[in-house]
Design a binder for this molecule. Structure first.
Ligand SMILES: [Zn+2]
Length: 264
């Protein structure tokens, strides 16, 4: 995906399989018109990984760092995950860990910070790590991510509100999923694209305001944030993607006859 002078590539780490009804209260009947988002077994196959942004000034920015070399079960009966491919995926794009200049986290859930460190060692030795202050305060002592985050503490730069992060990338605060959840706004010239973090897990959530989210710490705020996003991008030419979208593919939210459509 090219956004002006920015080149954005998905970096796969693994996959997380979950029943479609993980979205609370949804039924097979409700899913019937949305089979495009399910795999051949009728399951949600959430991608795990991050996005590599090649930005001006030789900046190589990794937005989210996958789940890491681990397998297991998500909390809340959300299904099984398997990660471990992120460094191989970067290598396939001719990127070594030491080439990464910035690691930017949309939020600090463990499936987004997995490769921040490994065995107590920083994985991207030349990178500045960046996240929202509110997420750092919320998650720094969390049992699950504390061991992963501790090694980056003295390499961390945090932001407190929406604004520029690095050339071509701006933070757009989007609280609800977590206190510091952030959408990354990619821009170059007149072109613009969005990386949604976990504001949206599956494009189906953008089609209907009533569709429930996943794992939101503040579900009501997350719903308002998600619906505001959908209204903003509906009918525009803005490409959007998120780390858990099937294939991490960019799409657009189109609008016709009072309905929204997801087009890749
Ligand atoms: Zn996630």
């Amino acid at each position: 995906m090219k956004i002006g002078d920015l080149v954005v590539e998905p970096v796969f780490d693994g996959v997380m399989k979950a029943p479609a009804t993980s979205f609370k209260g949804t039924t097979d009947e409700q899913w019937a018109p949305h089979r495009q988002f399910l795999d051949s077994d009728g399951m949600l196959a959430f991608a795990l990984g991050g996005f590599l942004v090649r930005a001006p000034g030789d900046r190589l920015v990794l937005v989210d760092a996958g789940i890491g070399a681990r397998t297991g079960a998500m909390m809340g009966g959300l299904g099984q995950f398997s990660g471990g491919e992120l460094l191989n995926s970067l290598a396939a794009q001719n990127v070594r860990p030491r080439d990464i200049t910035d690691v930017v986290f949309t939020h600090l859930h463990f499936d987004h910070v997995g490769w921040a460190s490994q065995g107590g060692m920083i994985v991207f030795p030349n990178a500045t790590y960046r996240c929202d202050t509110r997420d750092w305060e919320h998650f720094r002592d969390n049992d699950r991510v504390q061991p992963i985050l501790a090694p980056i503490a003295d390499r961390l730069t945090t932001w407190d509100s929406s604004g520029p992060l690095c050339p071509g990338i701006d933070a757009l605060s989007a609280a609800g999923h977590t206190p510091g959840s952030t959408i990354m706004v990619l821009s170059s010239g007149t072109s613009r694209g969005l990386l949604l973090g976990d504001v949206v897990h599956c494009p189906v959530e953008l089609l209907d305001d009533e569709w429930g989210g996943l794992g939101d710490l503040d579900p009501e705020l997350a719903r308002r944030t998600r619906n505001a996003l959908a209204r903003e991008i509906e009918g525009t030419d803005t490409p959007v993607a998120a780390a858990h979208f099937p294939g991490m593919v960019f799409g657009r939210l189109l609008s016709a006859n009072g309905r929204r459509y997801w087009v890749v």
